[in-house]
Design a protein around this ligand. Structure first.
Ligand SMILES: Nc1ncnc2c1ncn2[C@@H]1O[C@H](COP(=O)(O)OP(=O)(O)OP(=O)(O)O)[C@@H](O)[C@H]1O
Ligand SMILES: [Mg+2]
Length: 506
């Protein structure tokens, strides 16, 4: 009778149960693994052989067949070591009859029999609870990650021999420590930024209404510094949000035993040479890209015009849907990807166009070419464009500090609450309004309407720009706690559309 042990495989961020069947037969000694294993799974053979021997168990001197079912899901990674070893131990009678049933096993083996951490434990734990497994058996280092899932029995071991002793009732593992739900800790604060009142304000408006933004300014103006501080003024993640983000990090193998739960909003800043797979996700075994690692946080694209156009085009779907679907011959995988986008660029190639400190070296044509590299559809999704001039060095050397992130964040939270109440849906913000909803919810008062009409005529604004200005004005009014959208709100909003001005930069 073959022995059966359960494990799991992760496709995207979803885990599926896999049954490991171990059969011993008379014949030439050797081990065959069947059922669509990848090369890493095939290497398990050698690791398991060494781990068993070094833990004091004999590797069966028989013809061993290990079958992974269902056969149509590709099995990858080293997490099958432990379930296969347990199946073998059961087959040779080292484990009591029927002992592993109802348990789900996941873990890599070191040659000396120690259990090594694997990725994807959180999705597997969620699946194990959903499917009603009695317990999940994982390496010690993955224990607290698995323990994030309530109402699931987690058994975390350091060594294969402990697993055997446990099933004989001679060893009881310690319950894994629940990760502390500490408040997020950021190393940066808005208070570090001297001056830049307008940019700080734009950052607050962006955070309050969920608006994506583009900062344009010369080198050293503090664009990168500002962008890095955006997560610090966003509301704390809820436990559900933290779990969602953690699940992605788990699959990407980016969790550490010390930090099994991602509690700070992510800030991802990929270099402009990144490939589309790196940014969007993919590969033969699809892995999340930077946009998914930024889920519930911030994606920062510095030097925006330097990014490959095709890479930027691929941002359209996630920016609209909050997720990305990757299609492969083997099927498609969906990763969550809801993030705030913040981009930065110089006003021209040399960086100094319009800077009083230094003359710009670019010709008008070069400036045009540089700007034209921004793809229209992406630009369309950036509600705020803001020029950030360099701060005077005398100001920089003063020890004046700006308003700290914490008090800005309080206003952001209040403004978001107003929006969620108005739209009757948690997480719905002004930036997400459709054209129809803008008509319904973003109606300026009489003076505001006249101002906007005049501005449109003077600046030649498009219908899209018009809608964006209304949404921004809605957010500005919401920060102030005003139901009414006034001319003052609108005139501030119009300032956040520098690239709409036809004469800008020429
Ligand atoms: N407003 C400011 N307050 C405090 N420090 C500042 C400010 N602006 C610039 N700095 C200082 O200048 C340095 C450069 O800023 P930062 O890297 O953010 O500029 P940047 O606009 O991103 O430039 P680049 O276009 O070269 O990327 C910062 O590390 C910081 O020390
Ligand atoms: Mg920079």
């Amino acid at each position: 009778m073959p022995q059966r042990v359960f494990t799991a495989t992760v496709v995207g961020i979803e885990a599926f149960p896999v049954e490991v069947e171990v059969d011993l037969a008379f014949g030439l000694p050797g081990t065959t693994i069947v059922g669509l294993p990848d090369s890493a799974v095939k290497e398990s053979r050698e690791r398991i052989r060494a781990a068993l021997r070094n833990s004091g168990y004999d590797y069966p001197d028989r013809k061993v067949t290990i079958n992974l079912a269902p056969a149509d899901i590709r099995k990858e990674g080293a997490g099958f070591d432990l379930p296969m070893a347990v199946g073998l131990l059961a087959a040779i009678g080292v484990l009591p009859e029927g002992a592993p049933s109802g348990h789900l096993f996941l873990g890599e083996l070191a040659l000396d029999g120690r259990l090594k951490a694997t990725r994807g434990v959180l999705p597997v734990a969620l699946m194990a609870r959903e499917r009603g497994f009695d317990a999940l058996v994982v390496p010690q280092e993955n224990g607290s990650e698995a323990a994030l899932v309530p109402e699931l029995r987690v058994l975390a071991f350091e060594h294969l021999s402990q697993v055997v002793e446990y099933f004989h009732g001679r060893f009881e593992p310690e319950a894994p420590a629940l990760p502390p739900r500490s408040a997020p800790a950021y190393h940066e604060d808005l208070a570090d930024i001297v001056g830049q009142e307008q940019a700080r304000r734009a950052l607050e408006v962006a955070a309050a209404g969920g608006h994506n933004l583009l900062l344009i300014g010369p080198p050293g103006a503090g664009k990168t510094m500002l962008a890095r501080r955006l997560p610090t003024i966003l509301p704390e993640m809820s436990f559900e949000e933290a779990l969602e983000t953690t699940r992605i990090y788990s699959v990407a193998g980016l969790l550490s035993p010390e930090r099994p739960l991602v509690t700070s909003r992510p800030f991802r800043s990929p270099h402009h040479t990144i490939s589309d797979v790196g940014l969007i996700g993919g590969g033969t075994q699809p892995r999340p890209g930077e946009i998914s690692l930024a889920h519930n946080g911030v994606l920062f694209l510095d030097e925006l015009p330097e990014f490959n156009r095709r890479v930027l085009e691929a941002l359209r779907e996630p920016l609209e849907e909050g997720r990305v679907t990757i299609t492969r011959a083997t099927g498609s995988v969906t990763f969550p990807a809801r993030f705030m986008l913040i981009c930065a660029m110089n006003p021209c190639r040399c960086g100094y166009y319009g800077d009083p400190r230094r003359a710009c070296q670019c010709s008008l044509q070069e400036i045009r070419r540089y700007r034209s590299r921004l793809s229209g559809p992406l630009l369309d999704r950036l509600d705020i464009h803001l020029e950030v001039p360099a701060v005077d060095y005398r100001e920089l050397s003063s020890d004046r500090r700006g308003e700290p992130s914490e008090s800005v964040r309080e206003r952001v939270i209040l403004a978001r609450r107003v929006q969620e109440k108005r739209y009757g849906r948690p997480g719905k913000l002004n930036a997400h309004l459709t054209a129809r909803e803008v008509k319904e919810w973003c109606v300026p008062d009489e003076a505001g309407r006249r101002l906007l009409e005049a501005a449109c005529e003077r600046l030649g604004l498009s219908a899209r720009a018009y809608h964006r200005i209304l949404k921004l004005a809605r957010t500005i009014a919401d920060i102030e706690g005003s139901e009414n959208i006034s001319a003052a709100h609108l005139s501030e909003a119009i300032q956040y559309r520098s690239l709409d001005r036809p004469f800008y930069g020429y």
